[in-house]
Every structure is written in C-alpha cells, then in structure tokens.
Ligand binder design. Structure first.
Ligand code: ZN
Length: 67
C-alpha cells in the first residue's frame, strides 16, 4: 500500500540586499546561490554555497530581506 504523502511547499528563494563588510558596496544576491558570490567592487567573498542554503558572509544586521 502506498500512502499519499503531502508535498511540503518549497519555500521560494529570496534575493537579499547585502552590504560588503569591507567596502560597503551594496549588492543584491540570491540566497540559494550555487556559486561563490563576490563583491563586485573589491572582490570579497559575500556568499559561499554549502550544497543547500548559501552561507552569507556578512553580518545579519546588514541583511535586508526583499521578498
Ligand atoms: Zn567590497
């Protein structure tokens, strides 16, 4: 017998407005980034992928959820 399983709704990915801790440049990044995201001004790594949710390498107080 096969039980019908409820499919959990997938949370939608979000774009996050980040601020580079080094140069202060603001950048919109994808919170499920699958590649390293670097600051487009100074090259500092802002996001590292970990196989699932991306790790955002900035202070949380700098994050602003856009959607
Ligand atoms: Zn920077």
């Amino acid at each position: 017998m096969v039980k019908s399983r409820e499919v959990l709704p997938q949370p939608e990915s979000k774009f996050i407005n980040t601020q580079c801790p080094d140069c202060g440049s603001e950048q919109i990044i994808f919170d499920r980034a699958s590649t390293v995201v670097k600051c487009n001004v100074c090259g500092k790594t802002l996001v590292k992928p970990t196989g699932g949710k991306a790790v955002i390498m900035i202070k949380k107080s700098k994050q602003q959820i856009l959607g």
